[in-house]
Write a new protein. Sequence first.
Length: 559
Amino acid sequence: MNKHIEALTQQVYKLASDMYAYGIREVVISPGSRSTPLAIAFAAHPEIKVWVHPDERSAAFFALGLMKGSERPVGILCTSGTAAANYTPAIAEAHISRLPLVVLTSDRPHELRGIGAPQAINQGRMFDNYTQYQFDFPVADGNDSQAMVKTINFQLQKASQHLYGPHRGPIHFNLPFREPLTPNLELRTQLQTEDYTIPHYQKSASIEPIESILNKPKALIVVGDMQHQEVDQILKYSTIHDVPILADPLSQLRQSQHPNIVTTYDLLFRANLTAEPDYIIRVGKPVVSKATNKWLGETTAYQILVQNNDQPDSYPIAPDISYEMSANDFFRQINERRKGQRTDWLKKWRLLEERARVEVEDYKRRAVDESGYVAHLLDKLNSDEALFISNSMPIRDVDNLAINCEAKLFANRGANGIDGVVSTALGMAVHQKTTLLIGDLAFYHDMNGLLMSKLYDINLNIVLLNNDGGGIFSYLPQKEAASNYFEELFGTPTGLNFEHAASLYHFTYHRYERLEPFKQLQLSHVGSHIYEIITQREDNLTQHQILYKKMSDIANVKF
């Protein structure tokens, strides 16, 4: 056998085998010539599922969805050149969301870099701002096969700390390959299917510095995005010690219907609720609610941050103390330290929630704008379903209206972008029954992602809110302050007919211009469906303002 082919085969089969051993079960590949060796190694591996997506940007977001649905790290592989650059938005999202995306970029060999060779750009540290670990592999030239094996062993061992636990995040391996690029397929038996034992990492922390704080009477728990993390100890602590919980829609706590859960806090803080707890325990990522984050940034309460990662999110204000540990471990420890109950404080929050819910339910019955459709969509979903929510207005409407929703709620709330939303939802739909709630601009931004449903028969419901432009900008100061430029620069109407996109990618299509027919809709999780809802931006703004004003009297309660 050719010495080069032997070394190349050993390298890519070893890399595929070790990635399987560290828990990678799915790899999304975008076609290209330079990535041939590793693409074949993954496709030949008997236990790795290969997804092929020709659009690198959408492919990377599809991988994020696979991770959200499976709770495992996922690999992405592309050829050299600008193909790799298209991964950047998804890697940025994975970095901030701490998702273990394994980025594999194929490259020209070192002698072809920087000399004007085709499809050769500087790839070695191209994702430097967004990766937890990166390495530019040497070319497998056959001179020292043992050195190459040791390099793979060492690099994957170092990188593996970012696949699980508090150090999770994307890693990048740049892999230069020389021609010829096809490995020896007769040696596929070298592909290993052995799993490694991943060490459990948990950093312990002393509770002593906050013992006196914990026994103050007015405690509040604020829980942000806790996707794929256990939260039962938060509920247990709240029950024993009568502590209210402000639960973000992505906290996975609202579905519990626990009596101490507060869901209407965004509306209350919008109405200038004044509450001064003695201390606040912030858990997980920052909450969606802008009004709540503003309040957190202004309150004088002592703030404790609990996140199971080594780079705490200080936004919206640096906490007084941070704990690098899981929420369950933290609340299990402090449950033994706090003394007594604080029923009066809790009763006031429960009363607030009860009154606010009455107004929200009344609004849901009367609303005929975009939020009316969102409210009825939430009521259609069951506990065994997932709702993936686009950024901008959809996630904010869900935040305000998901007071009794049984479904699990997910979103890309790392970088909060509207790119790749369709692809992420499709990736989730591989592992869970999923409905996507999305606006027209975000849908347009990732229409290429619909291809995966057509190619792989992935079932997905898409509820498409079409107000012909960027609806969220109507709620910002630009609407009045820059009215002469608003429609051109912010409203950005496209006038697109999405029925054609549905036909192109083999989705069924239904169009709704009135709420009543949508109320009768029964979502199916067999096949792929687009439900386009036509709304008006000005009407949406007017209707939302009605709900905001209704909260003013409720928010005047005295604590």
